[in-house]
Structure formats: C-alpha cells, structure tokens
Design a binder for this molecule. Structure first.
Ligand code: FAD
Length: 542
C-alpha cells in the first residue's frame, strides 16, 4: 500500500518476458507529475462526451461513470470514493474474479477496513461456461447462464466497470525502494483510457482457445469458449439446418479435440442434428478424454456411438482450407478430388489430418463447420516496460505462477487465480484449468485478502477434487464423484445431479432462486407435454 507507481516508474528499465510495446506510460507520468489528473465525477455527462465506464445501479450507483472529451486519449485516473479504505481491483469477472468479489462482500470486516472493490470485465455479463452447451440444445436461456454483472452486484458495494484491461504496471516488487508517502501498489490502464490505482490486485482473466496453431484454424474454425462463440455457433447451425431442410445432403461438422469440451460439443451437436447431419471428432490421442475417470469416458463413448459420431483418433489436424480457395489455387490433391463438391454453393472446408503415430494413413475430412476445442492460451494484460526489470513469473504455458496463498511470486499485492494462473499442489502437480479450481480459489483469494488487510496470517490454498461431470446432450450426462470410487451416474440421473450441482454453484442467492424456478417450470411443462404425447399415443392405439 505504501508505494507510488509514478515515482517508482522513473527508475524502472525494460524487462524481457512480457512487454507492452511503446511507452504509453510517459504521458501518464507527465500528467501525474504536473499534478494534472482527470478524476471521475458523478456529475451528469454533457454533450460530446464519450463514456468509458459504467457504474452499477442500486447501491452501486455513484461515481461510476467517467467521461472523456471527444478524441481525448490521455488516461484519466479513477477517483476511488473513499481516500482511506483499501482499494481492491479485480480484473476478470469469471469464476475466479466474480466469486472473489462476492466472497469479499460476504465477509465480516472490522470498522473502516472493508475495502472498496472494483470489478473490471470486458463483457457486461458473467458466463457460466460449463453450461454453454445447453444454449445449443435449447435447454437453458442466455440470462440463466450469463447474467449481467449489474444485476448480480445490485445489492453489493462492488463497483463494476465494463472495460478491457490493457496495461499492467505493478510496483509492489519494489517495496524496499518505495519512497515514503507512496500511494498505491500498482496501476492498471483500461482500454477506455481509465487508469486504476490499486492497493491489491486480483488477476482472473481466464484463457481463450488457442487457434493460431495450424494454417487455416484462425480463419475458418470456430472456438467454443464464450457466450459470443456459442451464439455464433447456434446461428451457423440454424443457417445450415434451414439450408439443408429440403435437401438430401448431410450437414457435416468436424470437432477438433476430444477432451471434455470436444466430446460434450460433439454429443450436443450430433443430438441436435440427428439424421440431418454427421459429426466427426478428431483427437491426437488414441482415446477420448484421456485424463477423465473411466466411467465418464465409457459413458461418453456409448453416447457418441449411439449418435453415429465418427471418431478419428490418433490424428492431428495439419491444415484447414476453404474449398473455393483450394480450387482457385489449384491445390487439389487426389484425395480431395475424390470428395464430391458439386453442390458447393456455400463455404465448405477440408481438414488435412496427419497420423500422430505409426500405422495410420493421412486423411482428408470435409466439413460445413469446423469447431476447434484443442488448446488454450491464458489471458493477461500487457506489462508496461519501464526502467527497471519487473515481470510476472510465467510458466511455459504463459500462466502466472503463484505461491500457496495464491499471491503472484514476487508480487505480494497481486493475487492470481483461475485459468490464467499456475498453482502447484503439494506434490508439485499443476492444477487443471477448470471452473472447480477457480471457484475454490476464489474462496481463498477472498479470505486471504481479508487476512492481509487485517494483518492476519494467510491460508495456503488446498484444492478438494469433488469429481468430474460432463453433459452428453439433453437429459443425459455422466458424473464420477471422487468421494465414491468407481461410481458413475449416467443418463437422466447424471443429468439431474449435474443440473442441481450447477444450480448450487450459480452466483448469488437471487439468481439461483430465479434460475431454479425457471428450470422447475420448464421441466414441469416438459413433463406435461410428455404425458400428453404418451396419452395421445395410447388413445390412438399406436
Ligand atoms: C465450453 C466450456 C465448458 C467448460 N466446462 C467445464 C466443466 O464442466 N467443469 C469445469 O470445472 N470447468 C469447465 N470449463 C472450464 C472453466 O469454465 C474455466 O476453467 C473457468 O471459467 C476459469 O475461470 P476464470 O475465472 O479463470 O476465467 P473465466 O471464467 O473465463 O473468466 C475470465 C473473465 O475475464 C474477462 N476478461 C478476459 N480478458 C479480459 C481483459 N483483458 N479485460 C477485462 N476482462 C477480461 C472475460 O470476459 C471473463 O469474464 C469449461 C470451459 C468451457 C469454455
């Protein structure tokens, strides 16, 4: 807390691990040195102003809106409402960030110690990613699994800014050299130009699908990681379904990667397309979900086979091309010519598959849609290069290394959790990038922030593996709880158990209640419809 970013930054030199490009900081330092700061006011915006951040409503209303004059690019320093209370900035409102904010809100704080909490996310809604598949099957509505932050935070003191974290400038590694009277442990510059000074930072920006791994993937494959991705895929499927309505040709979907995500996607899409389409799932391993409990894997294999999903195991995709581009370039091999492109009046792709091991031949797969689920890339804001080396310690995957209390190594004022962080358990094993891990870490991050602000000892994070769950389509899922060795709940029992488990994990009591009511109503309506159908069949004698 006793650090001043602007004065420390003068003594910093460029570092080499993550760099921030040109020195955008100089303008900022200048403005702060000359005492010119653009603090946010609560006054109403005037004409010609550009709004750069949104404050939450209800108890969150107040100085949440900042304005920049048209065209102005100078950073504005966010003016925290209270000059004395600790300032906690949380970057990323997913399982790690949002749940840390809610945890901080639920703790009991001594007088004057409750921190001011600012949550920043580039999107205006939280996404419960494990249920994105249900948007494709129509089982859930978007509001149920992607509620708006403003609604979730209405009855809290947490402020929310919809903005993108761009540059990070930590100075908590300079504790020994910090001049007296320094006023923050670092700063974050947002895309809009807003500059946040913090005492404590929580880094929880998650990860994105890594697409730039083979030629053509970035241009032609669809990732499945965000609400936008799910909506885009839903739209594409609808277009293909409409287009193929009166045709005999099948809709061809290729799913790259057969980890949990690829298998759940293949199961959901194949169920949706039924006999109008064919799903091919490609995996470099010779099995699906290699690290999953065998019960889940076997349940998934059964379902995929019943839906005629073709598994191409032991292959990696070496390249994806669009059919039209191929023909134009004359790059048509014998195996490609063998495919029938006669009705090709829309985009269609071919994937070239190379065998990962011996005994398999190169393959060509044709697809109307390519869904990419293999590999992920952690998201972190760039670090601003300064005059002194400072860096966040990253592992080979690009995740931030933390100590056992979830603080970034060498940065006592930064906590990191979720997919963008690397936490090793007591055996030195890296924890997986899952919601289960991020959710549990949020509990500890919240508690440890309380402890550090109140000069109490911090708790070492201990992950409790509860089991693994996967959806296999409407009314079908597999669950292997880790507390009962060898047990797998499958089919509708697994589906109900998974839905209840996720309902309990949704953020806030109010949201859980609304979603619970909605799911209950939907299942009651479905049951009545099923009963009516059954009765109608019996009465008609069929
Ligand atoms: C389709 C799918 C299914 C999954 N199913 C499961 C499952 O069944 N079980 C399980 O345990 N895990 C599952 N996972 C993994 C799980 O969702 C992640 O591990 C979890 O979301 C990680 O939490 P997080 O807080 O690190 O990141 P996220 O939940 O991804 O949140 C990160 C947040 O940061 C925001 N953000 C990113 N960059 C910026 C920026 N520069 N500025 C501002 N905001 C930014 C994003 O908008 C996002 O809201 C699934 C993931 C996917 C994609």
């Amino acid at each position: 807390m006793a650090l001043m970013a602007s004065s420390a930054s003068a003594a910093l030199v460029p570092f080499n691990r993550i760099s921030g490009g040109t020195n955008k900081w100089s303008k900022l330092i200048l403005s702060r040195r000359t005492g010119i700061s653009f603090s946010m006011g609560s006054s109403c915006p005037t004409d010609g102003a550009r709004y750069i951040a949104t404050g939450a409503i209800g108890r969150n209303s107040g100085p949440g809106v900042a304005k920049l004059s048209e065209g102005k690019t100078e950073p504005q320093t966010y003016s925290w409402p209270d000059k004395k209370k600790p300032r906690v900035c949380i970057l990323g409102g997913g399982f790690g960030g949002l749940y840390t904010a809610l945890r901080l809100e639920s703790l009991v704080w001594p007088d004057g110690k409750k921190p001011q909490v600012l949550l920043v996310d580039q999107s205006d809604h939280f996404v419960f990613k494990p249920m994105l598949y249900e948007l494709l099957s129509g089982e859930v509505d978007a509001w149920e699994i992607a509620p708006r932050f403003l609604d979730l935070l209405t009855n809290t003191d947490v402020k929310f800014f919809k903005d993108r974290a761009k540059l990070l400038h930590p100075s908590d590694h300079l504790v020994a050299e910090a001049p007296k009277g320094s006023s923050c442990a670092g700063t974050v510059l947002l895309d809009s130009g807003l500059l946040i000074e913090y005492d404590w930072l929580v880094l929880a920006l998650g990860a994105e699908t890594k697409l730039d791994v083979v030629p053509g993937a970035l241009e032609f494959a669809l990732p499945f990681s965000t609400l936008d991705d799910a909506c885009k895929l839903n739209k594409k499927l609808r277009v293909l379904e409409r287009r193929n309505f009166s045709k005999d040709s099948l809709i061809r979907v290729a799913v790259v990667g057969c980890g949990y995500s690829g298998v759940e996607l293949a199961a959901t899409v194949s169920e949706r397309l039924q006999d109008r389409g064919i799903v091919q799932a490609i995996n470099v391993d010779t099995t699906i979900c290699p690290s999953a409990p065998s019960g889940n894997r076997e349940a998934a294999l059964k379902v995929l086979s019943s839906r005629k999903v073709q598994l191409l195991l032991g292959y990696f995709v070496s390249c994806i091309r669009r059919v039209g581009d191929l023909e134009a370039s004359g790059h048509v091999t014998e195996s490609v010519t063998a495919l029938n492109f006669e009705q090709c009046d829309f985009d269609r792709y071919i994937l070239e598959l190379e065998p990962a091991g011996k005994g398999l031949e190169t393959q060509i797969v044709e697809a109307d849609l390519v869904l990419w689920t293999a590999g992920s890339k952690p998201l972190l804001p760039e670090l601003e290069p300064c005059n002194k080396p400072h860096e966040l310690p990253l592992n080979s995957r690009g995740q931030t290394e933390t100590d056992e209390t979830l603080r970034v190594k060498g940065h006592p004022h930064i906590f990191a959790l979720g997919d963008s962080s690397a936490f090793r358990d007591s055996n030195g094993r890296l924890l997986p990038a899952t919601a289960q891990v991020a959710f549990q870490q949020a509990d500890y991050a919240g508690w440890n922030l309380w402890a550090v602000i109140n000069d109490r000892p911090l708790l070492p994070f201990r992950f409790q593996k509860l089991g693994e769950m996967m959806t296999l389509g409407k009314n079908n899922a597999a669950i292997s709880p880790s507390f009962i060795e060898g047990l797998t709940l499958e089919g509708s029992v697994g589906h109900t158990a998974r839905k209840i488990a996720y309902l309990l994990r949704l953020p806030t009591d109010e949201h859980r209640f609304k979603v619970g009511l909605s799911w209950f109503t939907k299942s009651a309506v479905d049951s009545v419809a099923l009963l009516q159908n059954t009765l109608a069949k019996i009465l008609s004698g069929s």
